[in-house]
Design a protein around this ligand. Structure first.
Ligand code: PGA
Length: 251
């Protein structure tokens, strides 16, 4: 049985003090939640402070990116090994903002996925089409390429541990959510294509939806058979709305 996951992606927001105070409140508010996994992904410099605050609770900590080498002369980078040491159990990989602004491509996503898994960190691999690609009817082609090229060469066991996030780029931070039907259609497609790569893992792999997820659209999204949780930007920045997402996302 897949346990749904509600992940907050804070992007480049919150100081250390703000991050710690947020999770202190969140910890109390979700202490009774058992049937859904809760994850917060703060900036690199806040990861350890957040981890120290939530240690022993039901809140997991993740990073927003990583570099695939373990250590060495890679100025500005942080490795999976270091993230593990700082308390991360998850890491986002290939978020569309990394692809758009920082030159992330499927090949580097794959290296990062492998480095994360090697260090016992669950990668959340983001895929999604732009508005132009949707309008040109190439959504499925784009998604298929991203799935096949960012996720090759894994064992069936590794393949069932990772998480995929479908985030249509046109829905991120725009207030435009994919309809539950549009999202379900792509989620089912991702699962089907993933099963061509990893037959035994596809049924169990969790596929999150991301893109303007809010308390008022979460329950319809979560009713879809292939939606196993949410990856949330804007609505994860306030304790109240994030708690609503966690509590309303029960199937
Ligand atoms: P959003 O961001 O919820 O603000 O649309 C989602 C994301 O980028 O992960």
């Amino acid at each position: 049985m897949k346990k749904p996951l509600m992940a907050g992606n804070w992007k480049m927001n919150k100081t250390i003090a703000e991050s710690v105070s947020f999770v202190r409140m969140l910890k109390t508010a979700v202490s009774d939640v058992k049937d859904i996994e809760v994850l917060i992904c703060p900036t690199f410099i806040c990861v350890n402070a957040v981890y120290n605050e939530v240690k022993g609770s039901n809140i997991n900590v993740g990073a927003q990116d990583l570099f695939w080498e373990e250590k060495g002369s890679f100025t500005g980078e942080v490795s999976a090994f270091m993230l593990k040491d700082a308390g991360c159990s998850y890491v986002l990989v290939g978020h569309s903002e990394r692809r758009q602004h920082f030159g992330e491509v499927d090949k580097t996503v794959n290296k990062k996925v492998k480095a994360a898994l090697l260090n016992d960190i669950v990668p959340i691999v983001c895929v999604g089409e732009t508005l132009r690609e949707r309008e040109e009817n190439t959504t499925f082609k784009v998604i298929e390429k991203q799935v096949k090229e960012s996720l090759p060469d894994l064992s069936q066991e590794e393949a069932s541990k990772l998480v995929i996030a479908y985030e249509p780029v046109w829905a991120i931070g725009t207030g435009k959510t994919a309809t539950p039907q549009q999202a379900q259609e792509v989620h089912a497609f991702i699962r089907e294509r993933y099963s061509q790569l990893y037959k035994d893992a596809a049924d169990n792999v969790r596929i999150l939806y991301g893109g303007s997820v809010k308390p008022d659209n979460i329950s319809e999204l979560m009713k879809q058979p292939d939606i196993d949780g949410g990856l949330v930007g804007g609505a994860s920045l306030e304790v109240e709305s994030f708690v609503k997402l966690v509590k309303h996302s029960k199937n």
